[in-house]
Design a binder for this molecule. Structure first.
Ligand SMILES: Cc1ncc(COP(=O)(O)O)c(C=O)c1O
Length: 393
C-alpha cells in the first residue's frame, strides 16, 4: 500500500519546506518517473542517430523495421489509459500546442466565428484571436454565469452563444482559473447538433478525470500528461476523430507532411522525445499507486478545502461538488483586494513569508485562490493555508 499525504512526499522531488498546493499549474513529476525519463535520455545519447532516425518514428533511414516506432508504442499505452485508439492520438508538447495545431489547420473565412468562453485559459483565447485575425474571422466569448447557479446554467450559456457563423467552439473540460469540471460530453452533443465543430481543451483532465476520449463526442481533444497523469514535462496529447485527421497538421511542418496524422506529428524536427516516451512510466506508476485511490484522495481533499476554508474565512462556497475534480477555486475575503497587483502581493507573501505555493487571481471584482490537491497533500496543508490567509484577513 503506497502512502498518501505527507508520507508520500519523498516520492516527489518537491522541496519539503514548501506547502505545495499548486500541482495544476505546471505539474510535478514523481521521482520514479523522472528517473525513467533520465534512462530514456541516456539511451538516446548512447546512439542518438540510431534512436532518433531509425527507431523513434516512421520518418526513418535504413530499411523498414519490424518493430513499431517508439512514439507509437508510447502512444498506444497512453491511448489505452485515455480511452482512445492509438492511431487517433499523437503527442504534442503541451495543450497550447494541441489547440494551435487545430486552429492553424482550419480554414476560417471572413465573418466566421470561433467561440471561446470567459472561463478559457488566457493563452488559448489569444491563440483563437490570432487565428481569427489572420483570416478576417472573429472570436465570440460566451459569458458564463457564476458557478453557484449550477452546471446546467453554464452549459446553456455556452451553447446559447453559438451563432450562425460559428465554425469552431473551444470548450474546457476542466477550466483553468475557476477549476470547474464542465460536462463536456453534453456541451459537445448540443453544439455539434448545431453543425459546429468542438475542440475539447482537457489541459487538466488526463489523470484527474476518468476519460473515454473517443466517446466524448468532440472533434478534437487536447490534454496535458504533465499535470495530472504524472508524466514528465513536456508531454501532452492531441486526439482527432478519424474524419478530422485529414488536413490536421502540427504547427511545425516537417518531413511527415501528407503522410498521415501519426507520421506528421511524431517527427517535427530534431527534439528531445524523452518526456513522451516516459509518459507510459507515469501512467504505470499512477496505476501502481491505484488510480481510483489517487482520484478519491485528491477529490476528497479538494472538497474538504471547499467546505472548511470558506467557513474559516467567512466567505461563500461557490461551487457544487459535482464540478470539483482535484482542484477547487474559492473566493478570498474581500478586503484582501481585487486587482492583479493585490493577487501578486498575496501570492508572494504566502510563498516568501509562509512557504505556501498556491495560485491566486482576480476575477469578477475580488481575489480567488485555486487549490490543487495531489497525493502528497493532506489536511495539514489546508490548515496552513487557512491560517495564513486568516492572519492577513
Ligand atoms: C484550460 C487550460 N488550457 C490550456 C492550458 C495550457 O497548458 P500548457 O501551458 O501546458 O500548454 C492550461 C494551463 O494551465 C489550462 O488550464
Amino acid at each position: 500500500m503506497l502512502p498518501f499525504g505527507r508520507e508520500a512526499l519523498p516520492h516527489w522531488p518537491l522541496d519539503p519546506d514548501v506547502t505545495y498546493l499548486n500541482h495544476g499549474t505546471v505539474g510535478v513529476t514523481p521521482v520514479r518517473v523522472l528517473e525513467a525519463g533520465r534512462k530514456i535520455r541516456d539511451e538516446i545519447e548512447r546512439r542518438p542517430a540510431q534512436f532518433l532516425l531509425r527507431e523513434l518514428s516512421a520518418i526513418a533511414v535504413g530499411l523498414p523495421r519490424a518493430e513499431a516506432p517508439r512514439m507509437r508504442i508510447a502512444a498506444a499505452r497512453v491511448a489505452t489509459f485515455l480511452g482512445a485508439r492509438e492511431p487517433d492520438l499523437v503527442f504534442v508538447e503541451n495543450a497550447t500546442t494541441g489547440v494551435n495545431a487545430v486552429l492553424r489547420s482550419m480554414d476560417f473565412r471572413p465573418g466566421d466565428e470561433i467561440l471561446v468562453t470567459d472561463l478559457a485559459y488566457g493563452a488559448i483565447a489569444k491563440s483563437a484571436a490570432h487565428a481569427a485575425a489572420r483570416s478576417g474571422a472573429t472570436v465570440r466569448t460566451a459569458e458564463t454565469p457564476p458557478a453557484d447557479k449550477g452546471g446546467g446554467a453554464i452549459v446553456d450559456a455556452i451553447v446559447g452563444a453559438i451563432g450562425p457563423r460559428t465554425r469552431l467552439a473551444i470548450v474546457d473540460h476542466v477550466a483553468s482559473e475557476s477549476a470547474l469540471v464542465l460536462p463536456l460530453r453534453e456541451i459537445a452533443a448540443r453544439i455539434r447538433a448545431k453543425g459546429v465543430a468542438v475542440l475539447g481543451d482537457g489541459a487538466h483532465a488526463p489523470g484527474m478525470l476518468p476519460l473515454e476520449i473517443a466517446s466524448l463526442g468532440v472533434d478534437w481533444y487536447t490534454g496535458n500528461l504533465h499535470k495530472w497523469a504524472w508524466s514528465p514535462r513536456s508531454a501532452a496529447i492531441l486526439w482527432a476523430a478519424p474524419e478530422r485527421q485529414a488536413g490536421l497538421h502540427p504547427p511545425v511542418i516537417s518531413w511527415g507532411l501528407g503522410e498521415g496524422l501519426a507520421t506528421e506529428f511524431d517527427w517535427v524536427g530534431t527534439r528531445n522525445p524523452a518526456a513522451f516516451l516516459a509518459a507510459p512510466a507515469g501512467i504505470d506508476w499512477m496505476e501502481a499507486w491505484g488510480v481510483d485511490a489517487v482520484r478519491a484522495h485528491n477529490h476528497a481533499l479538494a472538497w474538504e478545502a471547499a467546505v472548511t476554508l470558506p467557513r474559516r474565512w467567512g466567505t461563500e462556497r461557490p461551487v457544487d461538488e459535482s464540478m470539483v475534480g482535484s482542484m477547487v477555486t474559492l473566493p478570498l475575503p474581500m478586503h484582501l483586494g481585487s486587482a492583479s497587483g493585490d493577487a501578486a502581493r498575496l501570492r508572494d507573501a504566502l510563498l516568501f513569508e509562509d512557504r505556501i505555493e498556491v495560485q491566486i487571481h482576480p476575477w469578477r471584482g475580488r481575489l480567488w485562490v485555486r487549490i490543487s490537491t495531489q497525493v502528497y497533500n493532506d489536511s495539514a496543508d489546508l490548515e496552513r493555508l487557512g491560517a495564513a490567509v486568516a492572519r492577513r484577513a
